[in-house]
Design a protein around this ligand. Structure first.
Ligand code: SIN
Length: 286
């Protein structure tokens, strides 16, 4: 296994692994180590994988989310509910996946009590140009804060809401009252301690973070506005230009991502995502 750092802030490419074979525990631990050392982003290209092989590899990270009761349930793979399909393709009038999914900065399912841990995204079809995904390190953002501001943020919690989707995450979707009721907002520490590495990151995102608990609304807007600017700063980013058969694995506990929607009408994009259920976010004090 060889590695190539993609950006100083985040991301490593791994070559010399074939995920279509059962991945040994030893190889998996090596991948996970690189993932943590790269602030939660690994790229593995040229993988020819069946749905079963993607699921088997993803399960090594933990239990998979099947997004039941969610507004995107209809985009799950018909034979493999562990796979959520993101696509602009329509075949015989039937969407092949959620169009425009994640076209705003977010961390997967941060509005849940136990937000996603790893997301494992596999490129099935990619347009000739465009359709990149941008990733940002929230740990690098944390490191940039002054000690005084870190101390101010340390005890604070923010409310994350599915209904918020301020970036338009549920645009063009009919969201029923039952779906909203099934996804009540969650409150999470703003400074999150990573459960495996112990590193601290800024756990807010423009897509789902609605307000800071206990602050006046104007104060909350001002502080979140600054934090959103910080966590989406180009200095902490890597932009992935996809090729078919790329596998990208990100850690939602310490990264944000943004799917760039610049290709519609110019080509088809079809992605298969497995999402691993995470733990209750840890505050920095633990
Ligand atoms: C997502 O999981 O938010 C979608 C990412 C992408 O399609 O690039």
């Amino acid at each position: 296994m060889q590695t190539r750092r993609l950006c100083p802030a985040i991301g490593t490419e791994i070559v010399g692994v074939d995920l279509s074979n059962p991945v040994s525990d030893e190889t998996f631990e090596q991948i996970r180590k690189v993932w943590h050392e790269s602030n939660g982003l690994v790229v593995i290209r040229d993988q020819k994988l069946t749905e079963e092989q993607q699921i088997a590899f993803s399960r090594k990270f933990g239990k998979l989310h099947t997004l039941q009761g969610h507004t995107v349930t209809k985009y799950l793979h018909p034979d493999h509910p562990e796979i959520y399909r993101v696509s602009n393709k329509v075949v015989d009038g039937k969407p092949q996946g959620r169009k425009g999914a994640g076209t705003y900065w977010h961390s997967d399912q941060s509005y849940e009590a136990t937000p996603a841990h790893a997301s494992v995204l596999y490129a099935k079809e990619i347009p000739p140009v465009g359709g990149d995904t941008i990733f940002a390190s929230t740990q690098r953002a944390y490191e940039a804060l002054s000690d005084t501001f870190k101390a101010f943020l340390l005890p604070l919690k923010a409310v994350h809401s599915f209904a918020n989707a301020s970036g338009g995450g549920f645009r063009n979707e009919v969201v029923t009252k039952e779906q909203l009721d099934a996804a009540p907002p969650s409150v999470h520490p703003i400074i999150r301690k990573h459960a495996e590495t112990g590193k601290f990151g800024v756990f807010v995102n423009p897509g789902f973070t609605a307000y800071i608990d206990g602050l006046d609304p104007a104060e909350s807007r001002a502080v979140l506005g600054y934090l959103f600017e910080l966590v989406t700063k180009p200095d902490y980013q890597y932009r992935h230009r996809w090729s078919p058969n790329d596998m990208v694995i990100w850690d939602n506990r310490c990264t944000l991502h943004y799917a760039v929607m610049d290709y519609d009408g110019k080509g088809d994009r079809l992605m298969h995502r497995c999402t691993v259920i995470g733990e209750t976010p840890l505050p920095a004090s633990v």
